[in-house]
Design a protein around this ligand. Sequence first.
Ligand SMILES: Nc1nc2c(ncn2[C@@H]2O[C@H](COP(=O)(O)OP(=O)(O)O)[C@@H](O)[C@H]2O)c(=O)[nH]1
Ligand SMILES: [Mg+2]
Length: 262
Amino acid sequence: MILVNMSEKFLIHLLGKTGTGKSSTGNTILGIKKFPCKSSTSAVTRVIQAEAGYLGPREVMVVDGPGLVDLNSGVNQSTMDAIKHLIEETKSNVQVFLMIWRYGDPFSPDDDAMLDAMRRTFGPSVFRNCGIILMTCGDNFRADTEDTDVTFNSWCKSQTGTFSKLLRECQGRVVLMENSRSITNRDQDALESLAAQIDSLDPKLATGESLLKDRLAIPTGVIKKCFFFALALLVIVLTWIFIDYAPSQEADARRAAHDVTK
Ligand SMILES: Nc1nc2c(ncn2[C@@H]2O[C@H](COP(=O)(O)OP(=O)(O)O)[C@@H](O)[C@H]2O)c(=O)[nH]1
Ligand SMILES: [Mg+2]
């Protein structure tokens, strides 16, 4: 179990698949190599590790762990449970879910499974209230686009599918980070952008307390579908009553007219 000092205001959870640069991002944020990282096809980080530090003047606790999705074995439920447990322990703190991808990696069904598991575990508004996308390998992005007028913003806007849906859910919060620099020459632009986006979260909606409450909320999509289903049912029933009732009224009128003529 990790004991978190409650004075840390922000918990920054580094989330994503194995090898996307989660631990490297944690080290860039803290400005010190606290998390082990290396290029490997299997997970290097095997347990949840939380390290305290500062992002500008903000007190933060950075939480690193194994990938949320293991290659060929789906969502890593034990990591998900460990994060949930940590949030329960730090209910009053603002929780930041840093969803980490490596620039250049294609999205796969694993990514959708991971995002759905997050929505199921922490509620349908988890990304709206707490989510920030972070793309690592900013160095590769810059190398790919140096002779073009493609900016990171325009690149994000041109993306479709899973990425664009998640970006909408995250209210457009996205950061490009270069972890390949030395710790003494950290990517300050990325750190400033991350800090500004953390500040833009609504602290009332992003606390652990609010997240855990939100878990029980019914998604608005489901409410809308139920409403339209009920409306359609009502129209069918009314039409049926009207069709059934109108001819019998006509027949009554005809019978009454017949009685009068007699
Ligand atoms: N070029 C480049 N390599 C990176 C960057 N971020 C991470 N890496 C490399 O990607 C590999 C996996 O990183 P790691 O942080 O261990 O990934 P994790 O499994 O998600 O924790 C390591 O070799 C890192 O040096 C980046 O921004 N640029
Ligand atoms: Mg790692």
